[in-house]
Ligand binder design. Structure first.
Ligand code: ADP
Ligand code: MG
Ligand code: ZN
Length: 471
């Protein structure tokens, strides 16, 4: 059997995180009762006039800036004509010749994937294929939700790489606040273009396209299935026809849907209802300044500034919420390494065990860590306190009262050792003073202060004596 290269290009649609839809003031909101969140514009009634939501344009620009795209100074909206029941006006307002973003790239472990473009368009309504006798229902709530479409060059070479690309893209959009990419709600959907060619050959093979895949797993399976199918066709002397195929995730196979239309079939033309959008360089720079650090920048900061390991930094920057939690915690206690330790073990374990969210505030976690640092509670007790906060929402102040007494012996010993080490002047005083008992009492006072009076005083004195005798 011949060896083949797999060639993949993706078209990824992501719903933007705006309050309102893209061409009207209806809410951009998921999960409403069918057809309760729409108006003549987003249902597509004849003669209704679209008004552009500036925020949607800004979010696409931000997305582009995180991927090194060039931002066009003039963006033009065009009508993409087709007949579909989920888009009543029979055209989608989209962009062709002058999209908002051009070029750019995303770096993968082994390859750089070039982007062709990112443009802004409107989502269509949703067809609900009813099992009841009525047939197909239409919910227009999704109509007019702002969508950004990102198109890659055919640079991806395997199912693994496609998933790596989508993971990185999703992470960037979420970190930048551009989109939430909730896959299960259709917030990110992907068309997979795929062809195969003889290994090393320069010329690309004929491609097929599978539309609207809405999980990374189905992208992965669809690519492997379709590559294998194409190779078998070629090996059997057949040819690949350019077509749109439907990926059937339940049966794990793709089936032919329709011969592929090309862009000329859509009869794109500039939408006379829409003004061209001028994007000034000043606007672009202002948006650039609003961007937070991207995951890899955060990772570099965690390693460089905070001295965390690559492993820790990777985990802490994978999810926006988790890195935000870490950032907030270290604002309350300046010990990134210890905070990272607690998050990677205590916090993440509890999430792994089925908690859906972190049930201790960054401030309380910082307090717990500091209680341990100051030896007011033992590490073991702090973990117990965390459990009680996590599970019952108990107040940290009350828990300190309950657990604070248990300063264990080895911790008390270390505390005494540190106090003596850190106060050479008092030690010298103790040795030379006429009233050493006074200085001794001062040491006991320090221990009680550090432990908020929870230490066993007799033990404390025993340790103080022991360490002073060594000086
Ligand atoms: P269309 O707009 O008709 O879908 P494009 O030329 O814009 O066509 O390409 C769409 C996607 O198909 C892009 O992601 C591109 O990288 C990818 N693509 C183009 N040619 C091939 C090919 N021979 N094999 C795999 N992917 C391809
Ligand atoms: Mg396409
Ligand atoms: Zn509307």
């Amino acid at each position: 059997m011949q060896e083949y290269d797999i060639v993949i290009g993706l078209e990824v649609h992501s719903e933007l995180k705006t309050n309102a839809k893209v061409f009207c003031s209806c809410k951009n909101e998921f999960g409403q009762a069918p057809n309760t969140n729409c108006c003549p514009v987003c249902v597509g009634l004849p003669g209704a006039l679209p008004v552009l939501n500036k925020k949607a344009v800004q979010l696409v620009i931000k997305a582009g800036l995180t991927m090194g795209c060039e931002i066009n100074d003039l963006a033009v909206f065009e009508r993409k004509n087709y007949f579909y029941p989920d888009l009543a006006k029979a055209y989608q307002i989209s962009q062709l010749v002058r999209p908002i973003c051009l070029g750019g790239k995303i770096e993968l472990k082994e390859r750089e994937v070039r982007l062709n473009r990112i443009h802004l368009e409107e989502d269509a309504g949703k067809l609900v294929h009813s099992t009841a006798a009525i047939g197909t229902l239409i919910d227009y709530n999704r109509g007019g939700v702002p969508l950004m479409e990102l198109v890659t060059e055919p640079d991806i070479t395997s199912a693994d790489e496609a998933v790596e690309f989508l993971t990185k893209l999703r992470q960037r959009l979420i970190f930048a606040g551009v989109a939430e990419c909730k896959m299960e709600q259709g917030g990110m959907r992907c068309d997979v273009n795929i062809s195969v060619k003889k290994k090393g050959s320069k010329e690309l093979g004929q491609r097929t396209e599978m539309k609207n895949l809405n999980s990374f797993k189905s992208v992965y399976r669809a690519i492997n299935y379709e590559a294998k199918r194409q190779i078998e066709v070629l090996e059997n002397g057949g040819t690949i026809v350019q077509e749109t195929r439907k990926w059937d995730d339940n049966h794990g196979k793709s089936v032919s849907m329709r011969k592929k239309e090309t862009s000329s079939d859509y009869r794109y033309f500039p939408d006379p209802d829409m003004l061209a959008v001028e994007i000034s360089r000043e606007d672009v720079e202002n948006l650039r300044n609003e961007l937070p650090l991207m995951p890899e920048e955060l990772k570099a900061k965690y390693m460089g500034e905070y001295g965390l390991s690559e492993y820790e930094s990777d985990i802490l920057t994978k999810e926006k919420d988790l890195s935000a939690y870490f950032n907030e915690t270290i604002k309350n206690i300046n010990n990134p390494k210890e905070v990272s330790n607690w998050i990677l073990t205590e916090v993440l374990n509890r999430l792994k065990d089925g908690s859906e969210e972190i049930k201790i505030s960054p401030k309380d976690l910082a307090s717990l860590i500091s209680l341990v640092e100051k030896k007011i509670v033992t590490r073991t007790n702090a973990k117990e306190m965390l459990t009680r906060i996590w599970e019952n929402g108990e107040k940290i102040e009350n828990l300190v009262k309950e657990f604070g007494g248990n300063v264990d012996e080895s911790e008390l010993k270390t505390l005494v050792e540190n106090i003596i080490k850190n106060n050479p002047k008092a030690v010298a005083d103790y040795k030379t003073s006429d009233t050493p008992e006074k200085v001794f009492r001062w040491f006991t006072g320090q221990v009680m202060k550090e432990t908020r009076g929870k230490a066993n005083a007799a033990k404390a004195e025993e340790f103080i004596k022991e360490f002073l005798s060594r000086e």
